[in-house]
Design a protein around this ligand. Structure first.
Ligand code: NAD
Length: 428
């Protein structure tokens, strides 16, 4: 049952499907089905109480034919090597589809970051860098933040790398804090990019964006900025947001039919994305179970939290009114759910196209680090809008030309680009 596939099996199955359609030769398939390099290491960290706790860390470099490998570091209690492999693979496709000269990588640590103090987090970040720094670098592999990691953590990691390397190397990691080598616009970039692709999809479908409604899973970095941009750029209304309650260990959906105010919701959300239920209730938010967002009568659904959120069992709950499914999260739709979506009239913006805004802005950050010259936010977001728009249009053109489903078209564009780079470099 593919609903039970782990994320890497899903990534491979998606690749296999398109490789078959494309008639990709065996050598190219063999290289691209698996990561080029994988690192797994222990991270002994001195805790505040004086004890030593050993964590497990990973770094996986899936492919670097198009340029240095690139991808975030996740701190998550349920992190596995297969999750990291899948995310590294998707990064290769994401950088290729966004047409930025980078490959794909991902890293992680098995840890619940909310269980650590600030100083324990700093020691864990520095330890992670100590373990793998020889395999990283602006010309090799450039990490970034992801679930459970922050700009401050990237700052510590950059500092540790610079100390080990013997000189200031801001381009070794992106998503750094502003003033510490970070780029304007990076925090908003992924959510902003999600909404640029929604805007382009609406143009293609011939629907006006004003007054359109959305329901979002998640209220972290991607979801918060997607919500704000959906309202501010498109003139739309976000009516539901689903997120994890770390105290009760369960997800809730917060709904307000006349429109959620994301800034209010931000003001009652802690740094781990948990909303203060009592304050939400007092502000007349309807509080339902965590899956309720999926069955809302809206124009756009934006899963922007976790992988495997839409399964064969839940895909049928999507309202017939939904026109666009914008995958802000990585791998939110299982293979079976995707097969169901293919048969419906929902326009799917696949994850590695939809959420490519973050890595595109990370690339801009690296470019600015290299130049030692920094752009203002409007210049960054204008460049980001252009990149996301042209990426969307390239995939749509492929979909229309070959009669493909959008996800398959995105894979086709990405795989062809990586294959070309491998051939040009003489790998196959
Ligand atoms: P985050 O840690 O900031 O937020 C995660 C959110 O998901 C939180 O609001 C949490 O409450 C919610 N959540 C967790 N489990 C849930 C559940 N079962 N039901 C409902 N909500 C749940 O993470 P993020 O950076 O916003 O990333 C979200 C997704 O987007 C991930 O799949 C990530 O890999 C992907 N992504 C992130 C970026 C980026 O720049 N941050 C870029 C590309 C892709």
């Amino acid at each position: 049952m593919a609903d039970e596939m782990n994320p890497f099996q899903l990534a491979q199955a998606q690749f296999d499907q398109v490789a078959e359609q494309m008639g990709l030769d065996d050598a190219v398939r063999s290289i691209l089905r698996w990561p080029l390099r994988e690192f797994r290491f222990q991270l002994p960290v001195r805790m505040d109480d004086g004890s030593i706790k050993v964590f497990f860390g990973f770094r996986v470099q899936h492919n670097d034919a198009r340029g240095p490998a690139k991808g975030g570091i996740r701190f998550a209690a349920n992190e596995t090597l297969d999750t990291v492999r899948a995310l590294a693979t998707w990064m290769t496709w994401k950088c290729a589809v966004a047409d930025i000269p980078l490959g794909g990588a991902k890293g992680g640590v098995v840890v619940d970051p909310s269980s650590l103090s600030t100083s324990e987090k700093e020691r864990l970040c520095r330890e992670w860098m100590d373990a793998v720094w020889k395999n990283l670098g602006p010309r090799n592999d450039v990490p970034a933040p992801d679930v459970g990691t922050t700009a401050q953590m990237m700052g510590w990691m950059m500092d540790e790398y610079s100390k080990l390397h013997g000189e200031y190397v801001p381009g070794v990691i992106t998503g750094k804090p502003l003033g510490g080598g970070g780029s304007e616009g990076r925090t908003a970039a992924t959510g902003f990019g999600v909404v640029v692709t929604i805007r382009e999809a609406m143009k293609h479908l011939g629907i006006s964006s004003v007054g359109r409604t959305a329901a979002i899973q998640g209220f972290g970095n991607v979801a918060q900025h997607a919500a704000l941009t959906f309202i501010e750029m498109l003139g739309g209304r976000v009516i539901s947001i689903s997120c994890w309650d770390r105290h009760e260990k369960v997800a809730y959906t917060y709904t307000k039919d006349d429109g959620i105010d994301p800034r209010f919701l931000q003001s009652i959300t802690d740094q781990y994305g948990t909303v203060d239920k009592a304050q939400a209730q007092a502000a007349h938010y309807l509080i339902e179970d965590g899956n309720a967002w999926l069955s809302k009568d809206v124009d756009v659904l934006i899963p922007a939290a976790v992988e495997g959120a839409i399964t064969e069992a839940t895909v049928g709950r999507i309202s017939p009114r939904v026109r666009i499914l914008a995958e802000g999260a990585n791998g939110p739709t299982t293979l079976e759910a995707d097969a169901v979506l293919k048969g419906r009239s929902i326009f799917v913006i696949p994850d590695f196209l939809c959420n490519a805004g973050g890595v595109t802005c990370s690339y801009f950050e690296q470019v600015q680090n290299d130049m030692n010259y920094y752009w203002d936010e409007s210049e960054v977001l204008t460049k980001l809008d252009q990149k996301m728009t042209s990426a969307f249009r390239a995939v749509l053109a492929m979909a229309l030309e070959k009669g493909l489903y959008m996800r398959d078209a995105a894979y086709w564009v990405a795989i062809a680009s990586v294959e070309k780079a491998m051939r040009l470099r003489g790998w196959v």
